[in-house]
Ligand binder design. Structure first.
Ligand SMILES: [Zn+2]
Ligand SMILES: [Zn+2]
Length: 334
């Protein structure tokens, strides 16, 4: 396998050109025709974990394109900004899959419900997620009822269909199938958050798996075995000496207590653990996303257990999965 990297200049140029095209087409109803051929294209819209603020980074959101479809996995803070950076019009993103209902995975849903509708979406928003998703989407509808009423019934008279939702509370198994494209949900272990899912996308003999938030998960190892691309979360190293100390003591340069940090770390997979997962799954390429850790230090932990191809995900990184797996960065390689 060959991993191909792209430099900043080419990506920046393509980004500017395609952004101009999207701006020129703003307000056009139909989705821009696009093709990934027999491959799958993945755009890491945002890679940051947790309900955190950052001037540069965007919350978790992963776009998977295949078979003429655009599928969004999780809707963290700023994913629409991530789409703008990748020259993707949110009007064209109408299928959303949620791994679990932590706020850092759903906080952009109210925006995705209303803004793309006001920009020209004419079809209902399809959302799949764990039990509770249907109720949550209904409450977002209720919370935004006044704006929806004004724009639908009084002022702009936007069509009612475009602000409707079709929501499916899912179970493990195939949750979406269209043509040769298949999305399968598998349970992961993000307890006490239950259920929490990872997803696997299959198309034309190619495959991508997304872990969602999870501790090391045997079910993920099974469901993602030998995928072309595994996108996995990574959290704080459980052996970090900064975690030791009295429960009420604060973490260095933080308002978080040691007890809180230990609890959060226990709900995720650390660098040593994710290396062991990669070693068993044996993906053609492993990519880390949903992280706040230092990439260099974490890669050293990963290398304790895994010698295969691995990349730290970055916002706006694009990964093409075909005969080759190629990585295109928006910033120069480390
Ligand atoms: Zn999360
Ligand atoms: Zn979570």
């Amino acid at each position: 396998m060959r991993i191909v990297r792209d430099g900043v200049s080419h990506v920046a140029l393509v980004g500017v050109v395609t952004l101009l095209l999207v701006v020129a087409q703003a307000g056009v109803e139909a989705a821009e025709p696009f093709s990934t051929g027999n491959g799958i294209r993945v755009v890491l819209l945002g890679t940051q974990s947790g309900p955190t603020f950052n001037a540069q980074r965007i919350g978790i959101g992963t776009l998977v394109e295949a078979g003429g479809e655009r599928l969004l996995f999780d809707a963290g803070r700023g994913v629409t900004t991530g789409m703008a950076r990748a020259a993707i019009n949110p009007v064209d993103v109408t299928k959303i899959f949620l791994t679990h209902l932590h706020s850092d995975h759903v906080i952009s849903l109210p925006e995705l419900l209303v803004y793309p509708w006001a920009q020209g979406r004419r079809t209902a928003l399809d959302v799949w997620g764990p039990s509770g998703t249907r109720s949550m989407m209904q409450k977002f509808q209720e919370a935004l009822a006044y704006d929806i009423h004004v724009r639908r019934d009084i002022d702009e008279k936007f069509p009612a269909e475009g602000v409707k939702t079709r929501v499916t509370d899912i179970r493990e198994g195939t949750v979406y199938q269209s043509g040769g494209l298949k999305v399968t949900a598998f349970l992961v272990d993000h307890s006490p958050v239950k259920p929490a899912f990872g997803y696997r996308v299959d198309f034309a003999g190619h495959s991508v798996a997304i872990s969602g938030d999870t501790k090391p998960s045997e079910n993920l190892v099974k469901a993602a075995s030998r995928v072309d691309l595994l996108i996995h979360e990574v959290g704080r190293w459980k052996g970090d000496p900064a975690l030791t100390g009295p429960p009420d003591e604060l973490m260095p340069n933080s308002r978080q207590t040691k007890a809180e940090a230990r609890t959060i770390a226990a709900h995720h997979t650390d660098g040593v653990e994710v290396g062991a997962i990669f070693d068993r799954v044996k993906p053609r390429l492993a990519v880390l996303s949903h992280y706040n850790v230092d990439p260099r230090a974490t890669l050293m932990l990963i290398r304790q257990n895994y010698a295969g191809p691995v990349e730290f995900g970055e916002d706006s990184m694009t990964i093409e999965v075909g005969d080759e797996v190629s990585v295109h960065r928006a910033t120069p390689a480390r």
